[in-house]
Design a binder for this molecule. Structure first.
Ligand code: PLP
Length: 418
């Protein structure tokens, strides 16, 4: 018998484990109730909040949603998604970047669903996927649930640059025991560090991928959850050009999410998009992902799909959404700059940050990070401890608060060191 009365664990090693994020976020909420939100730095939230701590919702998106007819939301959607949505998603991902090969998309409930389908369809039970040491926690949970494992390479070298050597070593190690390896690269505006792979980093990735034997397959999944909150839309899509000319053994995919870019977090809307080198590989993608969707959540949220389709079918509407979002992207970038400038002033070293919702401070050990995370709470700063680091959500702190946090982290570090 297993360790549960009736539940079968099947790789789900975190059943019953305390939810760290929920724990620290509840503490922050309790403090807000006691002393007021002005005095509390709740940097646990993975959603964009205004300076008063309220969730930002794009009003241009809400307007479209409110104008839907009942059949637009009451009817079932096709399993792989409403056709107009799937077309819209291709534009949402690539915008003006010219695609080559065969582009296919399958709806999924958020980026999470897209990643789940990619792992389910392109890895076998017992396989390991590859990602960086700093990564979004649910990758592991999604893999474990499907009885897959996660192997990590060290993202940064000593100079804080993409660590090509570690990437190559870990990938080649996996290729010795697997004929196919799926990897997840979360860029731009990586969670939890805010790092963005530069065009030179992509050249280094490609140098390694192109040295792989053509007998072995690579599934390169780019997790673009924060793409629309990184900065200039076209600048942050330039890397996609470097993922268009692969040989037939390399299949690039994008895990698209409408959660952040369209503030549809709760509506669960995303897609897995592939740029297949052959029609056969594209057909396989479509056939396999629709079965995987059928077996897990069946059809997706039609209202969300209709909303995205309408936005992309109406230039004026799309411009309105973009303009509204740009204001918030600029606000987020100001918060990032405020934090990094203040960190420089007090000599606090963060992971290389470019853009996005999060900044992470790396420490020498998990214990030290845990202790700093606890100590910070004495100064009313609530942040999530991830491995040997503390992740600060600048998405949920005002610019003024972003200026103050680095000094408080230094204070907490000094207190822990004693
Ligand atoms: N990938 C990363 C790195 C994320 O941080 C998130 C959300 O926080 C997602 C994917 C997927 O989000 P959703 O399933 O809400 O689209």
């Amino acid at each position: 018998m297993g360790k549960f009365v009736m539940v079968q664990e099947n790789g789900r090693t975190t059943i019953g484990a305390p939810d760290k994020l929920f724990g620290v976020s509840s503490l922050a909420k309790a403090r807000i109730a006691e002393i007021g939100k002005e005095k509390v730095f709740d940097s646990t939230i993975g959603a964009l909040m205004d300076d008063e701590g309220e969730l930002i919702v794009l009003s241009s998106v809400v307007d479209v949603l409110k104008n839907l007819a009942p059949k637009d939301y009451a009817a079932y959607a096709p399993i792989s998604g409403v056709p107009a949505y799937l077309e819209a998603v291709k534009t949402a991902v690539f915008e003006d970047i010219e695609t080559k090969g065969f582009v296919e998309a399958c709806h999924a409930p958020g980026g999470t669903g897209a990643l789940r389908n990619a792992i389910s369809c392109y890895t076998q039970m017992g396989d390991s996927i590859l990602t960086s040491d700093w990564h979004w926690g649910p990758y592991k949970v999604i893999c474990a649930e499907q009885q897959r494992k996660v192997t990590t390479y060290t993202l940064f070298d000593e100079e804080g640059k993409f660590n090509q050597a570690s990437f190559a070593e870990k990938l080649n190690g996996l290729l010795e025991v697997q004929d196919q390896v799926l990897m997840i690269i979360n860029t731009p505006a990586h969670n939890p560090t805010g790092y963005t792979f530069t065009l030179e980093d992509w050249d280094k990735v490609n140098e390694v991928l192109l040295s792989v034997s053509p007998e072995k397959n690579i599934i390169l999944v780019v997790d673009i959850a924060y793409l629309d909150f990184a900065g200039d839309a076209m600048e942050y899509r330039q890397f996609m050009k470097k993922l268009m000319d692969y040989p037939e053994n390399i299949l690039p995919m994008y895990a698209f999410s409408a959660s952040k870019g369209f503030t549809m977090y709760g509506m669960r809307c995303g897609a897995l998009v592939c740029v297949a080198p052959t029609a056969e590989i594209a057909k396989e993608f479509k056939d396999a992902t629709s079965v995987a969707s059928r077996a897990s959540w069946s059809n997706g949220n039609r209202a969300a799909m209709e909303t995205i389709a309408r936005i992309f079918n109406d230039a004026e509407l799309k411009a309105k959404v973009t303009a509204e979002r740009t204001e918030y992207v600029n606000m987020l970038r100001r918060r990032g700059a405020a934090f990094t400038e203040a960190a420089d002033q007090v000599g606090l070293k963060a992971c290389p940050f470019d853009s996005g919702f999060f900044i992470t401070i790396p420490f020498e050990s998990v214990d030290f990070a845990e202790a700093v995370g606890k100590e910070l709470q004495k100064y009313e700063v609530f942040a999530v401890v991830l491995g040997a680091g503390v992740r600060v959500s600048i998405a949920s702190l005002s610019e003024e608060k972003c200026k103050k946090v680095p000094e408080l982290i230094v204070k907490a570090m000094e207190a822990v060191r004693g």
